[in-house]
Design a protein around this ligand. Sequence first.
Ligand code: DX5
Ligand code: ZN
Length: 224
Amino acid sequence: MVELVPSILSADFARLADEVAAAERGGGTVIHCDVMDGHFVPNITLGPPVIKSLRKATTLPLDCHLMIENANDYIPAFADAGANWISVHFEACTHLHRTIELIHDHGLHAGVVLNPATRLEVLSEILPMLHHVLIMSVNPGFGGQKFIPHSLEKIRKLAAWRKELGLAFRIEVDGGIAHDTVGQVVQAGAELLVAGNAVFGDGKAEENARALLADARKAAGEIS
Ligand code: DX5
Ligand code: ZN
């Protein structure tokens, strides 16, 4: 089943609880929280205190996308704050297996994120450990960027690989997901659809989420 995963990066941070509630009313079922450190990516966003506040504002799973160096130093704090899913970048983790184990040790779902230039094959040794694989369809760091079309082929390959191996990890896509792209990513095999600007960009999160999810479900053949 496809799920809409609103990314709070484009929300009004002064009204975060209301924004998240609106996205949930519109059909969002997981909340995506972009954590940026100003080193791995050229932007700075939020940390565990915001996750802790959000935890009180919603019962939806909090999907923390860590775009940071030294993730191992911060995973315990995100777990304590109330994160449910933590994904780390292949490109930022020297000892990726250890990092995934650390996420598991805290009782959380672990995911790995691949930048647009990183090939899928780097995941071969750790795929069975993963709850989700996040395919970046823009270069990480900013909301509102243009979808990179090559991501479709990567999602298709990953979905075929999953089938071949008989694994159950979920395929998430992040970056440039909007009305003009959501159908294609769903048809390629993505099922967790992160959307920031398309949901929160204009202050109408509920309507936007509802319309985007409807497009996704149509593309998946879940509704007509
Ligand atoms: C970008 C972030 C995304 C971002 C997507 O580095 O990882 O989650 O919010 O934003 P849109 O949907 O606006 O491309
Ligand atoms: Zn993200």
